[in-house]
Write a protein that binds this ligand. Structure first.
Ligand SMILES: Cc1cc2nc3c(=O)[nH]c(=O)nc-3n(C[C@H](O)[C@H](O)[C@H](O)COP(=O)(O)O)c2cc1C
Length: 439
């Protein structure tokens, strides 16, 4: 029997996802529907029809203002701006569905660990065990500036803090024994005080007394997702990730990256099989190849040249307005950035020799990574090839306009993958962790 894929979508709670100007296309929602509950409930139901593992919300704080030293391009084109808080969407979407999981990004740099541990335990109850946390250490001065900090912390410090943060969260989630709840009405005993403990954490960054004031939740803790891929980011993934989001535009790059993840996980004393890798993938499916290519072209042509540059500037902390557009990628200072280093490494590895203008066009339209375009059969062929030759456990789709491009995947691609025995036809697990680890 063929190995089955895991499929998820990465979106943002705003008008613009990972392609600048996708909101301008004919099949995109109108007006403010992206801010209204019915839009997300409907999208959740569509994904559930396709038995998709998870809807995942990326999130950043602040507005990208590195390009030209001001936020004008981000505001003008709606580049991951505005971005509404994704946490309230979690129970809203899971109430409209039975099997779909929902993940959100929450930063270890800006929010306190007690708050985050409590938030995810509460969400785990409200979703009946279908929530995931993408642990991000954040990037960018504009995020720091929203949280009373004049400068962002160095990457080393962000990851050192993230490490202690996880230890605090684990202690809080473990501060109740599973059988601590007594609920004996006659004896009037709610919980056994011997089985709910303070944690007394005294560390370099955090002092937290505990215990967690949320009863043990269905999954015990959220599924831990992680995407950072710098040296310290990868080491962090080795210690904590259950799901690792990875990005590569070539099969060879996928193979090498997958081996690196396995090695890092083993070095942290864990079984490499315990970390599932999902590849960020831009996808366009049509009834025919020509239709899919037309959709791809419409999205590509919608991206204003400045838009790709402004997104790159925000992600890597370099003002590309000041750089000649014909400068080669290798000379853009991406070898070591304060921003998304894993993504910068992917660009350097998979797009050698391109100019800044060429890279910005690709970046503004889905941020690079795998790109699959065609009829359902063609896309399924390409995904199967990547799945077998590149390794990993499945794909995290970046799409074009909402909801049309999601509907295309569910109605055209999913039945094709199901016919090939590559994707589930019903949810088997009760919790998101079970769904994501099902063989
Ligand atoms: C596929 C993918 C998705 C990401 N999503 C987010 C996100 O939603 N919010 C965020 O602040 N960072 C996000 N990041 C950034 C990373 O989590 C990480 O903080 C950043 O890459 C810097 O770490 P690094 O230099 O170790 O890669 C994402 C990265 C990748 C590759």
């Amino acid at each position: 029997m063929s190995r089955k894929m895991h499929l998820a979508f990465i979106l943002g709670h705003g008008p613009s996802q990972h392609s600048v100007a996708a909101w301008t296309l004919p099949r995109a929602y109108r007006g403010f529907t992206y801010a209204q509950p019915a839009f997300w409930e409907d999208l959740g139901r569509t994904l559930e029809r396709g038995c998709i593992d998870m809807l995942f919300f990326a999130d950043v704080y602040g507005v990208y203002d590195v390009f030209e030293g001001r936020p004008d391009a981000a505001i003008r084109y709606g580049i991951q701006f505005p971005l509404h808080d994704p946490a309230p969407l979690v129970p809203l979407i899971t109430r409209a569905t039975r099997g779909l999981g929902v993940g959100i990004s929450v930063s270890t740099t800006y929010l306190p660990p007690y708050y985050t541990a409590r938030l995810f335990s509460t969400l785990d109850h409200l979703t009946e065990g279908r929530v995931a946390w993408n642990v991000v250490a954040s990037y960018g001065r504009s995020a720091a500036a929203q949280f009373s900090m004049a400068q962002e912390l160095s990457k080393e410090e962000r990851y050192a803090r993230a490490e202690e943060y996880m230890q605090v969260c684990y202690q809080l989630w473990d501060s109740w024994d599973p059988d601590a709840l007594v609920m004996d009405r006659e004896a009037k005993v709610f919980a056994d005080p011997a089985k709910v403990r303070k944690i007394h954490h005294q560390g370099r960054y955090f002092q937290v007394e505990g215990p967690l004031d949320v009863a043990p939740s269905p999954q015990g803790r959220p599924v831990i997702i992680q995407a950072g891929a710098s040296g310290p980011g990868m080491a962090f993934a080795g210690r904590h990730a259950e799901i690792h989001f990875a990005t590569s535009a070539s099969l060879d790059g996928m193979r090498r990256y997958r081996a690196e993840v396995a090695q890092t996980v083993a070095q942290a004393g864990r079984d490499p099989a315990d970390v599932r890798v999902l590849w960020a993938t831009s996808i366009h499916v049509g009834e025919t190849e020509a239709e899919a290519r037309a959709k791809e072209a419409a999205l590509r042509d919608a991206v204003p040249p400045e838009g790709g540059l402004a997104l790159m500037s925000g992600h890597f902390g370099v003002d590309f307005s000041a750089v000649p557009p014909d400068r080669p990628l290798e000379e853009l200072g991406l070898q070591e950035t304060p921003g998304m280093q894993g993504v910068a490494n992917m660009l350097l590895r998979d797009f050698p020799g391109l100019t800044l203008a060429e890279v910005a066009r690709i970046y503004g339209n889905g941020m690079g990574g795998l790109r699959v375009v065609g009829s359902a059969a063609q896309v399924a062929d390409r995904l199967e090839e990547a799945f077998e030759a590149g390794g990993g456990d499945g794909f995290m789709f970046r799409c074009g306009e909402l909801p049309g491009s999601v509907t295309d995947v569910v109605e055209l691609l999913v039945p094709e993958l199901q016919r090939r025995g590559r994707f589930r036809t019903a949810y088997a697990g009760e919790t998101l962790r079970q769904t994501l680890t099902e063989d």
